[in-house]
Design a protein around this ligand. Structure first.
Ligand SMILES: [Zn+2]
Ligand SMILES: [Zn+2]
Length: 297
């Protein structure tokens, strides 16, 4: 929550099927993005949790950096009220050179804010000192496994009919009978899910929003002995982040984020140990750490 010489502010970048999504942009986020060496491409959309400096002051730099790549598509920015004013005022006051369209959408309530072909992004309200949202990117279900031997047994010859079945279409054979995808394929398989939760007071309903996440990035700002201070400032302890991960169900990995500057890096182990007592698959996130998110089946 405070930049330290060896620890930047909060930001998460998701790279999925050629698209980049940025969640929060603390001061200096562009420096980290450059150091990631991703062969820098366009960010499709940016999602801001709330209008506190440690989550948005990196945005102007990202907008300017984005002018260095050719793009036809607009850049979308989502966030709570005032995000539009923040972007407009920065552009205006700083005479920012922006050579692409920026579309800002303010969020006021829970709901799907982004619909891709086979995934969607949902915003849900958190409880902080000002309006704040968590986000979850969730892929649609994928078709089940295709069984060639079943198709052959039913008389469907190898070829274009197989791909039609795999894409969910019923096919008709030359002798007139029709074969449904469910006859040659397994149950639909779940897609992947990523959730991002910071800054907030602990409340149990967060768990429902983030359930089934392959990766949950969640604020774990304090050790549990400081719970009063956490509640007071409307933040969470690492223990509470772990409770959310445990209660949500089917969370593969919890990554703690947004540490208090009172903890030097080696002291962060206190937070990790407390979280792991409740949810063993917890890690401390670090600058430019990468998490591959694979399909489970
Ligand atoms: Zn913060
Ligand atoms: Zn905050």
């Amino acid at each position: 929550m405070m930049p330290l010489p060896y620890r930047h502010l909060t930001s998460m970048l998701i790279r999925r099927e050629g698209e980049l999504f940025l969640f929060d942009a603390g001061e200096g986020t562009q420096v980290s993005i450059r150091r990631l060496n991703l062969r820098w491409k366009k960010i499709t959309a940016i999602f801001i949790s709330h209008m506190h400096a440690d989550h948005v002051t990196g945005l102007p730099g990202i907008l300017m950096l984005s002018s260095q790549v050719d793009r036809e598509e607009p850049l979308y920015i989502f966030g709570p009220p005032k995000i539009a004013e923040f972007v407009d005022q920065n552009r205006h006051l700083l005479d920012m050179y922006i050579n692409y369209e920026i579309i800002v959408r303010e969020i006021y309530e829970a709901g799907t804010i982004w619909q891709g072909d086979d995934y969607s992004i949902r915003a849900f309200p958190l409880k902080h000192t000002k309006m704040c949202f968590g986000y979850a990117l969730e892929e649609s279900k994928r078709p089940g496994v295709f069984y060639p031997e079943k198709a052959l047994a039913l008389g469907v010859p190898r070829g274009p009919l197989w791909s039609e079945l795999q894409s969910g279409k019923t096919v008709r054979l030359t002798e007139g009978s029709s074969i449904k995808p469910s006859e040659v394929m397994g149950e639909p398989r779940s897609g992947r899910k990523f959730s991002f939760v910071t800054d907030t007071l602990y409340f149990p309903e967060i768990a429902q929003e983030v359930s089934n996440s392959d990766l949950l990035i969640c604020e774990g700002m304090f050790e549990h002995a400081l719970i009063e201070s956490a509640v007071d400032k409307r933040h969470m302890t690492a223990h509470q982040a772990a409770l959310i991960a445990r209660d949500a169900g089917n969370i593969k990995k919890l990554g703690l984020i947004h540490y208090s500057p009172r903890y030097a890096d080696r002291e962060l182990k206190i937070l990790l140990d407390e979280a792991r007592e409740i949810f063993p698959d917890t890690v401390l996130t670090k600058d430019r750490m990468r998490f591959p998110i694979e399909f489970v089946d």
